[in-house]
Design a protein around this ligand. Structure first.
Ligand code: PRP
Ligand code: MN
Ligand code: MG
Length: 184
């Protein structure tokens, strides 16, 4: 019942493992925000964070509001340059709000480093990051992260929001692609 046939070489993180870890991440976040007055503002980074954002929000035992940003990094498809352009900005002001950026993956860290600096200029009450995945070996710009779901090796992974050429985001697990998919 895999929609992509044999494209996935191995499942690295199962649907169950993702969902179990999300409940832990949500509980951890809720504990940090136990005393806030307004609702927590979640900022999801399109498109990769969509699956994590929606599952995380539903697992959070405190009220949250959803915002989305879309950014694009200049540079090639496989390596980002650190220069980021906003394609879709927030709809709302985040001044004096508690803000949690929800990301699918920190690879080089360049996207999030830029985004953290950008959002910090808008005077949120607090600004933190929760990422489902992180590749410690790939980091070029370290990001201070409140919670990480899984540290993974420096391999190209897809699924649960993560794409290769816009495909595979719809898989409910994280997997590694067969090399043949790249060389076709
Ligand atoms: C991917 C991923 C992160 C970012 C991580 O997004 O979803 O947002 O790259 O890379 P970095 O740490 O090296 O900056 P991408 O730009 O592919 O857009 P997408 O979310 O729409 O797939
Ligand atoms: Mn992304
Ligand atoms: Mg992508």
């Amino acid at each position: 019942t895999d929609p992509y046939g044999d494209d996935i070489e191995a499942v690295l993180i199962t649907q169950d493992q993702i969902q179990t870890r999300i409940r832990e991440l949500a509980d951890s976040a809720a504990a940090r925000y136990a005393d806030i007055e307004d609702d927590l503002v979640l900022i999801g980074v399109l498109k990769g964070a969509v699956m994590f954002m929606t599952d995380f929000a539903r697992a959070l035992p405190i009220p949250s509001q959803m915002e989305f940003m879309a950014v694009s990094s200049y540079g090639s498809a496989t390596s980002s340059s650190g220069v980021v352009r906003i394609l879709k900005d927030l709809d709302r002001d985040i001044a004096d709000r508690d803000v949690l950026i929800v990301e699918d993956i920190i690879d080089s860290g360049l996207t999030l480093s830029w985004l953290m600096r950008n959002l910090a200029t808008r005077s949120p009450r607090s600004l933190q990051v929760c990422t489902l995945l992180r590749k410690p070996e790939a980091v070029r710009s370290p990001v201070d992260v409140a919670d990480v779901g899984f540290d993974i090796p420096n391999e190209f992974v897809v699924g649960y929001g993560l794409d290769y050429a816009e495909r595979y985001r719809d898989l409910p697990y994280i997997g590694r692609l067969h090399a043949s998919v790249y060389s076709d």
